[in-house]
Ligand binder design. Structure first.
Ligand SMILES: Cc1cc2nc3c(=O)[nH]c(=O)nc-3n(C[C@H](O)[C@H](O)[C@H](O)COP(=O)(O)OP(=O)(O)OC[C@H]3O[C@@H](n4cnc5c(N)ncnc54)[C@H](O)[C@@H]3O)c2cc1C
Length: 495
């Protein structure tokens, strides 16, 4: 069958593109290497999700923090992509964040509004002191702070900061669907009861009612091109090893910041006019968690509290670096089993016991788009498909921005009652973006302003890989808005 569009990847980039294309009446096939999430008790079991292999995908080789050798890193693979595990924080970039992009905030604004509506984001317009201009209020109001969030809120106010309700894509208020029960197994876990507005619960289902076809467990191996046109997509079934070929008039690659450049490189698209940028300038924010240890239990009710955000320091370093500094946000304490697992052997029980006395703040700092931070091709997997291989190092400016936030997060935790604090680096690629990159010319990036691969007539990349810079906010809402922004150009293409 000839589709109007074949999409690889069911995360934010793929699912939002699929919705807009099916709404326009196109026949769309969405391919995903993962399987549907189980939605059973195992989804809330920290051993199975945070330590285990429940949805473990194929390894990616990673060399970082000055290491000489590559080590394997695994990511979850499911229908819905990282959205299934995400925390739901849904912030817009600020106009200044887009200065090095080939588009402006005004180009994105209407699509942010639609993305917030589709994700049913709960927030309070204007509560963020750096709130960018918006043409509509949030679809729903935030809920009240729970007691752990209130503790941080009050401490921050004492210090003169202006913490506000983190805009969230969780279902707190629509009682026609399962409502959030305010549990503590949200960020990092699939939602057992489907109260997270991820990309299984809302957007693709809407697209399926309009004809979207989804095939899970299918790995895209290689795009085959004739000159400037992709002709077909070679795939393999992740369980049986059976080979398939899919054909469409348009091809959309949205495999995430590590897998998208790998697929393009496997397809020889490093030779397109902007092809030398494919895999380059991988970003992931320079993140750290600051843990405060308190004298009393911080969350005896085990309630949800990823509710607060601070942008007070967002532009403090803009003049020096031309970037945002970043944001500070509430984040849950990992489960006792996870803390024990990572503690040194003789200290495991004590570390586990202390879990109940911890409270954390997440510092999300903007990182630079460095050419040497890159995805190349590594070892072939069992199907002969070369996996991504990642080289990543932060620069001094990344650490400076992060440490600036860490110092302020520490102070908030101390004023809230922490008797000691510790800082943990985040070494995952959960906020991976930018490895293909939009730019005004092929000399500056692999994609044009509509996320079309320079030099190709029917190939687009509308996922996190398309980012030109990372900004200081979580990426998902911008991926969604940007995908909605570029779909009219896909539809208008005479394919
Ligand atoms: C624990 C966690 C918490 C997070 N919390 C937040 C948050 O609160 N707010 C926020 O904004 N962001 C958050 N993020 C980040 C956010 O989830 C990601 O930025 C976003 O989901 C990325 O979307 P994407 O479409 O670029 O890629 P992905 O979500 O990675 O989707 C790509 C999909 O493509 C599939 N795929 C890849 N290669 C192939 C192939 N060759 N063939 C077939 N399928 C393929 C993958 O399996 C995957 O499903 C979080 C991430 C994690 C992991």
């Amino acid at each position: 069958m000839l589709y109007d569009a074949v999409i690889v990847g069911s995360g934010f980039g793929g699912a939002f593109t699929a919705l807009a294309l099916t709404e326009a009446g196109l026949r769309v096939l969405l391919l995903e290497r993962g399987q549907p999430v189980a939605r059973d008790d195992g989804d809330w079991d920290p051993r199975q999700i945070l330590l285990g292999e429940r949805y473990r995908g194929a390894p990616v080789q990673v060399r970082q923090y000055g290491a000489r050798k590559y080590s394997d890193m695994h990511h979850h693979e499911v229908v819905g992509g990282s959205s299934v595990f995400y925390g739901g924080a849904s912030l817009r970039m600020r106009p200044a964040d887009l200065e090095r992009w080939p588009i402006t905030y005004d180009d994105l604004e209407p699509h942010y509004t639609r993305a917030e509506a589709l994700l049913d984001v709960h927030g309070i317009a204007g509560a963020d002191p750096h709130d960018p201009p918006r043409s509509a209020p949030y679809p729903r109001a935030s809920i009240d702070f729970t007691s752990p969030a209130k503790r941080i809120h009050d401490a921050a106010r004492t210090l003169g900061h202006r913490p506000f309700a983190l805009p969230m894509a969780l279902n707190f208020r629509d009682d026609s669907r399962p409502l959030c029960i305010l549990c503590n197994t949200c960020d990092g876990y699939p939602c057992r009861i489907e109260a997270k507005n991820d990309l299984t619960a809302t957007v693709p289902r809407q697209a399926q009612t309009q004809g979207l076809e989804i095939r899970a467990g299918v790995i895209a191996k290689r795009l085959v091109s004739d000159g400037a046109r992709v002709r077909e997509l070679e795939c393999v079934d992740g369980e049986t090893g059976e080979d398939y070929v899919f054909t469409g008039s348009r091809y959309i690659v949205a495999g995430g910041a590590l897998q998208t450049p790998a697929l393009l490189l496997r397809s020889g698209l490093g030779a397109t006019p902007g092809g030398r940028w494919v895999g380059r300038r991988l970003m992931r924010h320079c993140n750290a968690v600051v843990t405060g240890v308190f004298r009393k239990r911080t969350n005896p009710e085990a309630t949800f509290h990823k509710q607060l955000c601070f942008t007070d320091f967002y532009d403090d370093m803009r003049d020096r670096f031309g970037t945002a500094t970043g944001t500070i946000q509430d984040i849950y304490t990992p489960a006792r089993q996870v803390i024990e697992h990572h503690a040194p052997p003789g200290l495991r029980w004590a570390a586990g016991w202390l879990t109940a006395f911890m409270q954390n703040l997440l510092c999300i700092a903007e990182d630079d788009p460095r050419v040497d931070n890159r995805v190349t091709l590594g070892e072939p997997d069992r199907f002969g498909v070369a996996a991504p291989r990642v080289d990543h190092e932060y620069c001094a400016a990344d650490y400076e921005r992060r440490d600036y936030l860490v110092a302020r997060a520490r102070r908030v935790l101390q004023v809230a009652g922490a008797w000691t604090t510790r800082v943990y680096e985040i070494d995952s690629f959960s906020h991976g973006v930018g490895s293909v990159g939009m730019a005004s010319t092929p000399e500056q990036g692999a994609l044009d302003a509509q996320c079309k691969v320079w030099g190709m007539d029917n190939l687009w990349v509308p996922d996190g890989s398309a980012f030109s810079t990372s900004s200081g906010v979580n990426p998902s809402l911008t991926i969604a808005a940007n995908a909605l922004r570029v779909t009219p150009a896909m539809i208008a293409t005479n394919a």
